[in-house]
Design a protein around this ligand. Sequence first.
Ligand SMILES: [Mg+2]
Length: 281
Amino acid sequence: MKIILFDIDGTLVKAGGAGARALNYAVEALTGHKNACDAVQLQGATDKANFENAFKAGAGRKPTRKQLAVLTQKYVDRLPSEVLASVKAKKYLKVKGVEKFLARLSGRKDVLLGLGTGNLRDGAFIKLEPSGFLRHFAFGGYGCDSHHRSVVLQKAVVRAAKLAKTPIKERDVFVIGDTHRDAEAAKEAGYHSGVVLDGFGDRAAIMRSNPELVAEDFSDMKPWLIWLGLEKDPRGVRRGTYICPDSPIEHAHYGRTGMDLRDIDLGIKKLREIKRKTAGK
Ligand SMILES: [Mg+2]
């Protein structure tokens, strides 16, 4: 059983800034401070961390537990209307190719799709509602589970194991996100990591985080399916061998090395021939 965990913002959908607007509204209601999110790097962090940081930007100090609870409630109450505003303004977008990719994966019995997101559970459902993608996801790890993305992912896998009624091995978990934080969290938890570039991530940071697979979007499913081990490599290289250990990137590297080795082999053959000739044999 393969577990595939999807991040939401920038990976499945772009909600047109609905989350930031709802959080700005909530912080302003509590502190009077406008546009608190301007001072906070929201992408790739969990909602819990974002709420604290946005409150701090507004009030100049950390929120108390009670203030955080009120802030969270105000955010969740406000979010549906902000998501709807994005939809109406045609700023709510599905990431290219993801709709077909999800449909393809959902049709398989050897795959379980889940969410691995920094959004609160309620926030995740509200943001995904207009996309119609919710039906593909039976479980998830959410921003309300932990401050740490890697723990969020691990929680999702615990829930997947319960659902599948079988233990899940780390090597069978694939995390798909749009920022370096997704890739780093996946690695920290011992899972595979793939990153889509057409989201909100910083490209240089993504490259530094060195995910196994990087792709512009999901319009070409092939690299994603090969990476997931759901489709055969067109080069006929078997997965899990020294030549193709685990990912297309490693494949490209070792594939090249293989070519080089063959060249060396041919070179040695030629050298032996020349030696034989000069030795008069
Ligand atoms: Mg994201």
